[in-house]
Ligand binder design. Structure first.
Ligand SMILES: Cc1ncc(COP(=O)(O)O)c(C=O)c1O
Length: 374
């Protein structure tokens, strides 16, 4: 039998990814449910909020229901509303832009650069008297150029929200993604670098007032200690059980990121000779340390490559085939974003998760190579 004939490499493999932590996770689940029945805003959540803030390098983190709500609550607490404009990218998960619309503000979309993050040169030309905030998205586990972005925010007196749903563990000039802006939003969706067993999210900040207000906003506007209701809020709390599980996984996060980076290095090595394929930006350029939420390649033959890989039982992900501003019902079609539009035709993410074996990675590399007939 030819080597690799029976191999399948799914895009992610959650059972395999979870397996190494099974006993510890089982211990937490047993304890939280059967010993303590601690379900809402208990010690596990408080501990996770401290631990996650420490990981990101901020003073505070506030657990919320998911990464989308993290952005919704962030814009609300910064006072973004009708009449305001918020600058962001179209090349992101739709929740980034939806939050601006839900706040009652107007999204102003700019193009991305070749590293798939916001093209910083395009930010200042997009600023108007109505601009209130910029949401920068650390896509695929790569941090944006935060020095220049923070400089622009300071000059124009704008809020910065970092959408770090895909940026956990990424570093820019020695500081973690999520530690630069006024607020930073995170997702613990199961496919993410730090994924829980359902939905989950968090907001990080160094601002004690925003921390306090967000804690009330996610809990129906209540300060439970004082018995006050500060404003109209929502129920958007991170479950205590999920927080308990995240506490277990967070301990292993540096190792998981280490493995993601090793996998990316193997892909880089194996695919670097294929002239039709553009590899992701170099992960160690002296400024960036990428955590590889996704390993994205770019090729004009994307759709045929995906079909070929699928026939070899290799899973891939396209983020995103239709650019967000081309969905007709969203009212964003006036934007013309050439790089975003060509990226949507050319990008594909190869399998990427810490439990991938070297053999599986080689199988993917061999099959990409075979497609381009190296
Ligand atoms: C860039 C980005 N922003 C926001 C989100 C929303 O996170 P969630 O799925 O936890 O609501 C995601 C994740 O799907 C994302 O990738």
């Amino acid at each position: 039998m030819r080597k690799g004939e029976n191999m399948q490499v799914p895009f992610v493999d959650l059972p395999k990814q979870i397996a190494p932590y099974k006993e510890d996770v089982r211990g937490v689940i047993e304890d939280v449910i059967f010993n303590r029945a601690d379900f809402i805003m208990r010690d596990d959540l408080l501990a996770f909020e401290r631990n996650f803030a420490q990981f990101v390098g901020t003073d505070f983190s506030v657990g919320v229901a998911n990464g989308s709500d993290a952005i919704n609550l962030s814009l609300k607490i910064l006072g973004v509303g009708p009449g305001d404009e918020v600058i962001t990218v179209a090349h992101t998960f739709i929740a980034t832009i939806a939050a601006i619309v839900h706040a009652g503000a107007t999204p102003v979309l700019v193009d991305v650069d070749d590293d798939y993050n916001i093209n910083v040169d395009l930010i200042e030309p997009a600023i108007t008297a109505k601009t209130k905030a910029i949401i920068v998205v650390h896509l695929n586990g790569r941090a944006c150029d935060m020095d220049r972005i923070m400089g622009i925010a300071k000059k124009h007196n704008l809020f910065i929200v970092e959408d770090s749903a895909q940026g956990i563990g990424a570093i820019y000039k020695g500081k973690k993604a999520g530690s630069f802006g006024d607020l930073s939003t995170n997702s613990f969706y199961p496919f993410k670098i730090l994924g829980c067993f359902g939905d989950g999210g968090a907001i990080t900040t160094n601002d004690p007032d925003l921390n306090y207000q967000l804690r009330c906003l996610r809990d129906n506007g209540q300060d439970r200690v004082k018995g006050d209701i500060l404003f109209w809020g929502w129920n958007s709390r991170l479950d205590n059980l999920q927080a308990g599980i995240l506490n277990v996984l967070l301990k292993h996060l540096p190792d998981m990121i280490h493995r993601r980076r090793a996998i990316a290095a193997l892909y880089d090595q194996g695919l670097s000779g294929i002239k039709e394929v553009k590899l992701p930006p170099a992960p160690n350029d002296g400024e960036h340390f990428d955590s590889f939420q996704n390993y994205v390649i770019r090729t004009k033959q994307r759709d045929a490559l995906v079909k070929h890989l699928s026939a070899q039982k290799i899973g891939t992900l396209i983020s995103w085939k239709t650019p967000n501003h081309h969905h007709k019902n969203l009212g964003l079609t006036k934007f013309h974003l050439p790089n975003t539009e060509s990226i949507s035709q050319e990008v594909v993410s190869l399998p990427m998760h810490p439990a991938l074996s070297d053999e599986e990675i080689r199988y993917v590399i061999d099959n990409v190579g075979r497609f381009f007939k190296r």
